[in-house]
Design a protein around this ligand. Sequence first.
Ligand SMILES: Cc1cc2nc3c(=O)[nH]c(=O)nc-3n(C[C@H](O)[C@H](O)[C@H](O)COP(=O)(O)OP(=O)(O)OC[C@H]3O[C@@H](n4cnc5c(N)ncnc54)[C@H](O)[C@@H]3O)c2cc1C
Length: 399
Amino acid sequence: MRYVIIGHGVAGHTAAQRIRSLDPVGAITLFSKEPDLFYYRVRLPEVVAGEVNMDRLAVQPREWYTQNAIDVVLGETVVEVDPAERRVVGDRGARASYDALLLAVGAKSFVPPVAGSDKPGVFTLRDAADARAIRAAAETTGTAILVGGGLLGLEAGYGLIRRGLRVHVVEMFDRLLPRQMCPTGARLLQNHLETLGFSFFLGARIKEIFGADRAEGLLLEDGRRLDGGLVLFSAGVRPNLDLAKSLGLQIERGVVVDDGLKTSLDGVWAAGDLVQHRGQVYGIWPAARDQGRVAGENMAGGSAVYTGTVMSNALKVAGVDLTSAGNIDPEDKLPQAVFTDGRVFRKIVMDQGRIAGFIFYGLKTGLRECQEALASGRDVSAFLAAMKEKEFDFSRLSA
Ligand SMILES: Cc1cc2nc3c(=O)[nH]c(=O)nc-3n(C[C@H](O)[C@H](O)[C@H](O)COP(=O)(O)OP(=O)(O)OC[C@H]3O[C@@H](n4cnc5c(N)ncnc54)[C@H](O)[C@@H]3O)c2cc1C
């Protein structure tokens, strides 16, 4: 068997690993647009902060690929897939033939159409090259403006604060982390982040990025002006669909895959940030890893089934313990158990007697038990009232 994997992120890497564990002799070729071997993308904010170099983020040393007979072609963007010949072609001339192909090309950062967003000094953070460029730009300015108050933006912003910059955050919504936090928790988080050096402009829309030769700041639609020589957009991601489109694959918000991670084209699987499974586009590391494992197994002749990954996010900023998962019901429509003392916040959302989602901010006791109850779907309706108490014994959920 000849396996070709396009994309060396967590989905592609995990698939290669799984294939090798099932097929010791098949030829595996892994193409990567980036010059670095597979690395912990989630730790790029530490590169921005200047705390680690890229070599510290590599997941496996080069010898691992040699030992596992995985041929990694770095710095090669696959620009063409010929499904009739079952062959892929890279932009620097590399070619490979396949019996089974995995598209694991991930996503790219989305930049909203704002005047001036093409100026030097405007960045997004998706890969190592971006992190290095932002780190260099941070040397030449004292203030950064972050557009988007989501998880990734706040982590990157905190990296810049650790580098000594002031960081303004402009967010369209009227609160931080609109997808992970409800209004009460978001307010507590904002208070804490302000003590770290962030300043927030919520419910704000950008009119333009100004500056003669490079970004010098931005104007908001309400007329306010923010000065800053580094503008970082963190406004969501979009799947890299070029190859999938050229192959005529079924695409909605991502490449549509079935429970075996197969696309609509024979011999072609897809996994990670690129795909849409049962209507869901995840955009999180654990989902890409789980999907890569299932795709790899099936490419090697298996019949693994992917049923989904629980949506879970944690914010990695000092002094902040925030984990949210599942349906956090920001509009408070479902039964819920909330505890807060004005400093910490815990919300557990119930749906038909089961935990549908939760937010833990500033406290961790009971987190693991809630994660397990969410994953198992067991009926815990008897504890709804008791879970509002700070000292509730969460081990009762699994009893
Ligand atoms: C800064 C940052 C922080 C994050 N933090 C978290 C977090 O805390 N928790 C979490 O769950 N998720 C986090 N994520 C999201 C997580 O990293 C992604 O969900 C995950 O990396 C997706 O894996 P993937 O393999 O699908 O795609 P990617 O990791 O994007 O890998 C795809 C690879 O394919 C390459 N590629 C694209 N096109 C081609 C081509 N034509 N030819 C060859 N190669 C190609 C790309 O260059 C890339 O290297 C974060 C992301 C970023 C950027």
